[in-house]
Design a binder for this molecule. Sequence first.
Ligand code: TYD
Length: 215
Amino acid sequence: MVTQGGNISNIPLFVVFEGADGVGKSTQIKHVEKELTRLGYKTVVSREPGGTPLGETIRAIVKENFDLYPWSEFYLIQGARIEHIGKVIEPALRKGYIVLVDRFTPSSLVYQGVLRDIGVDEVLGAIEHSQPNLEPDLVLVLDAPEPIGAFSFSSSDSFERDGLSSWREIRTTYIELSQRFGWTVIEADRDESHVTKDLITAIINHLKTKMLLEQ
Ligand code: TYD
């Protein structure tokens, strides 16, 4: 456990969970939140697109409209993200919370940059020009060779409705971009509790490093 003067550190940490659909991301975020709370950390959980009332409206728009231009889709999601950073993530970090977010900018690089063919560097450039902009401290990519368990592709999600071939492209893209951007890949097709343990270890190790660097 990370402690500072006998107390759990109040060092803020911004952690993003990523991966293709059906790798247990939402379940693992719940387990991680529960475990961090049990250890005494203050946590906030959120998601993208979403996290604010506007963000949730944009989420519904993006999920329902399959014929958007790639850049329209990107800017809708990026607009929601700007609100999310300014109104939810940064205020929580200022209060010393560990912020756990289900998807963030890495999803835009994968889905809009590669799947929608805008280009990773083009999307990256647009993200970097936005204000407020924020880099995650840690990106945890859950990876599995196939969707796990009872997952089935939803016809109401524009990426899922393309089925397994798009799923495989998403998975491969996450692995390739993880090497470029230093994201941490965690094997997700294992016993749930082992996956949670590895996620917690990665988070605590990152907190320890951040604490040392800030001393
Ligand atoms: P997801 O988070 O997987 O939730 P659900 O469990 O409801 O399917 O769905 C969000 C969708 O939004 C997913 O298909 C990926 C997409 N998305 C992007 O295309 N770009 C982004 O930047 C983000 C954050 C999400």
